[in-house]
Design a binder for this molecule. Structure first.
Ligand SMILES: Cc1cc2nc3c(=O)[nH]c(=O)nc-3n(C[C@H](O)[C@H](O)[C@H](O)COP(=O)(O)OP(=O)(O)OC[C@H]3O[C@@H](n4cnc5c(N)ncnc54)[C@H](O)[C@@H]3O)c2cc1C
Length: 463
């Protein structure tokens, strides 16, 4: 049986900062097909990488050899209420699981910001939500089935496989291709979601108290605004006030924003000095309001983001420190840098900065060696591409990465930092060693067919 593929396929990611011409691009429909693709690639000395929704900005999935898309492995296989859990194929999107949760009275107690990303991609990079209590997607993995680099099918279970699970849960595709993922869930609950508009200095001064007081919290700041938007969510027994009409309006609004964005993006490129006006307009579009909604409806963005002009993103995670000292430091580093750039007539950031906490991390590649892994702060900054972004982003990342325990978000832009392999090896230390040791010992990729040049430079080559 030969598996259909597209030869010399032009792949690019959603952010359009990465592209490659792929010798063989596959969209398999079964586990058996994935096994065959992997075995043939191995026999012929080709590399294999896998993509979900291609929403990562780092070159984790970039290859010139074989690329497997999981878009046709998109079935929800089971949703159980007691115990609450879901089993999916890897190409199922976050949005599809949210709809299934509502139908079955269960939920994932933390949400990422975007419905279109796949469960396979979210687990593989350890995507985070904005709850201090709940960890990343990787933490919810109870079991994965994967195809190894030898084409074998393996199952890894959280309760049975201990250290192996800690390696596989957040493994960037280096342990194999997930073909089935089971996530543990919670019974459904409602949250009271409030957008507060607060003067920035006050908001950041009070950040520790705010995080303490709320079940979920995240901050948004569009440059050159004196106000930030703080979104808090708290578990509640109150009845839902978020109606279908609100959701429809959110969708319409999103599509209108998409249209506006297509007009504004070129203007920002030609006349960067209008950035402060655009940023004020964008900030005002986040209104102060309160709604009671199902936890599964508590998601910032909609599908429309996929049709917006692609953006870029840099992000780090680090322990917040006593009284959130490092959180404040990270925030002010970015604000001061943006202000200094504006004084020099440069506007490298034209979208939002976002900051949040997420809960305990136990996956080897998501927690720092001997570190404080109970709660982690994630800060990220987004912009449309512009000629000053690269230099700004590298400068900001260097400063953010100097914060003790800081490491980049696996999916975001850090590939151009000169010392990034050393930085990662230092911060992950013995955790990275355990990850690589287990990978070797388990024989999951005997010929390193899942290692692309980027991952080779990060983890495998001598520095
Ligand atoms: C608008 C936007 C909002 C976002 N919001 C958040 C957020 O709130 N929180 C957050 O943490 N991140 C966020 N991200 C980043 C996002 O979570 C990651 O980029 C995620 O990996 C995207 O999923 P994907 O399906 O696009 O994966 P891809 O980018 O396609 O792949 C990511 C990685 O997963 C691997 N992979 C994919 N499928 C499999 C599989 N079946 N088996 C093994 N490995 C696999 C790939 O090889 C690659 O290494 C956001 C990104 C965008 C563009």
């Amino acid at each position: 049986m030969s598996i259909p593929f597209r030869a010399n396929y032009h792949w690019h990611n959603h952010g359009k900062n990465l592209s490659s011409t792929v010798a063989r691009y596959y969209e398999p429909t079964s586990v058996a097909e994935i096994q065959q693709i992997v075995k043939e690639a191995r026999q012929n000395g080709r590399k294999v990488r896998v993509v979900g929704d291609s929403h990562s900005w780092s070159p984790l999935a970039v290859t010139k050899d074989d690329l497997i898309s999981t878009r046709r492995l998109n079935k929800i296989l089971n949703v159980s209420i007691n115990p609450p859990r879901i089993t999916v194929e890897p190409g199922v999107t976050v949005g599809e699981t949210l709809r299934a949760f509502v139908k079955h009275g269960v939920c994932l107690p933390m949400n990422v910001d975007l419905p279109t990303i796949t469960i396979g991609g979210a687990v593989a990079v350890g995507a985070n939500g904005f709850s201090k209590k709940w960890g990343t997607y990787a933490e919810f993995v109870e079991e994965v089935e994967l195809v190894t680099g030898a084409g074998e099918l393996r199952t890894v279970n959280k309760w049975r496989d201990g250290d192996l699970w800690r390696a596989v849960a957040c493994s960037l595709g280096l342990f194999g291709i997930f073909t089935k993922i089971t996530l543990s869930l919670q019974p459904a609950f409602n949250v009271r979601v409030t957008n507060h508009k607060i003067e920035m200095r006050q908001a950041i001064d009070e950040v520790a108290q705010t995080f303490e007081a709320h079940d979920y919290a995240q901050y948004f700041w569009f440059p050159f605004n004196r106000e930030i938007t703080l979104q808090t969510s708290d578990v509640t027994d109150e009845a839902v006030t978020w109606r279908n009409s609100h959701q429809r309006w959110k969708n319409v609004n999103g599509w209108l924003e998409t249209g506006a964005t297509h007009l504004v993006k070129p203007l920002l490129g030609w006349f960067p000095q209008i950035t402060p006006h655009f940023a004020r307009f964008a900030s005002n579009s986040m209104k102060a309001e309160t709604h009671i909604m199902a936890q599964s409806d508590n998601m910032l963005l909609g599908r429309w983001i996929n049709y917006m002009v692609p953006s870029l993103n840099a992000s780090v995670s680090f322990p917040p420190g006593p009284a959130c000292k490092r959180v404040k430091e990270a925030w002010h580093i970015a604000v001061d840098l943006i202000d200094a750039e504006a004084k020099a007539g440069k506007y490298p950031v034209n979208l939002a900065m976002n900051m949040r906490l997420f809960g305990k991390s136990t996956a080897w590649l998501h927690c720092i060696a001997n570190g404080d892994n109970e709660t982690t702060c994630n800060i990220q900054i987004t912009s449309f591409a512009n000629k000053h972004w690269e230099a700004f982003k590298n400068c900001l990342m260097e400063r953010w990465l100097a914060i003790p325990g800081a490491r980049p978000h696996w999916a975001k832009q850090y590939q151009d930092l000169p010392q990034i392999a050393n930085t990662l090896r230092a911060v992950y230390g013995e955790n990275l060693e355990a990850f690589l040791r287990i990978r070797q010992a388990e024989g999951v990729d005997p010929d390193n067919i899942f290692v692309n040049p980027f991952l080779e430079a990060l983890f495998f080559s001598c520095q």
